[in-house]
Design a protein around this ligand. Structure first.
Ligand code: HEC
Length: 148
């Protein structure tokens, strides 16, 4: 009898441990892993065939401009010159890592003065390749006045 109780307790403890491991693994994949290797696998796939012109079309079709252009930067930051500042937004994330996170996990890091208003389902609405196209386009916007 004692043995049965002990095994049940042990099984319960193992189950709780397993659950904790699973929960921590899923939550760390939900963005926020801020290091030099962040999103490396996703970015490798996303950027493999990335094409800025396709990204520009996707961004126009998705109406990112309704927040990012209309309102002159009050609703959401303008994309003008984003390529020049993206690499410094969230060190040590590179420009590519930062842009990936900003599109896929917009709540992971909020810019000062802005609300957590961006849709957070773009990873379901777009393939990694599409997100790569968008990143490639945003990386062409090096100057003030470059349009989205
Ligand atoms: C409903 C409004 C809304 C829409 C639509 C929207 N965004 Fe955003 N976006 C925001 C807000 C607000 C922020 C600033 C807060 C934050 O960091 O999430 C932001 C931040 C960003 C940033 C970081 C900008 C910077 O200067 O660091 C990127 C990149 C971005 N959005 C890309 C996109 C793309 C690409 C789309 C379309 C596929 C899009 N957003 C659609 C509201 C929006």
């Amino acid at each position: 009898m004692k043995l049965i109780v002990a095994s049940a307790v042990l099984a319960g403890a193992l189950f709780v441990l397993l659950l904790a491991v699973v929960i921590s693994a899923t939550s760390s994949s939900k963005g926020g892993a801020v290091n030099g290797a962040a999103y490396a696998d996703e970015l490798q796939t996303a950027l493999a065939g990335a094409d800025a012109a396709t990204g520009a079309r996707l961004i126009a079709e998705t109406d990112c401009a309704s927040c990012h252009l209309i309102g002159e930067g009050r609703t959401a930051p303008l994309f003008d010159g984003l390529a020049s500042v993206a690499g410094g937004r969230r060190p040590p994330l590179s420009a590519e890592q930062y842009l990936y996170e900003a599109i896929v996990f917009p709540g992971a890091h909020l810019l000062d003065g802005y609300a957590n208003a961006m849709p957070n389902d773009y990873d379901q609405r777009f393939s990694l390749a599409d997100i790569g196209h968008m990143i490639a386009h945003l990386l062409t916007l090096t100057n003030e006045g470059d349009e989205s």
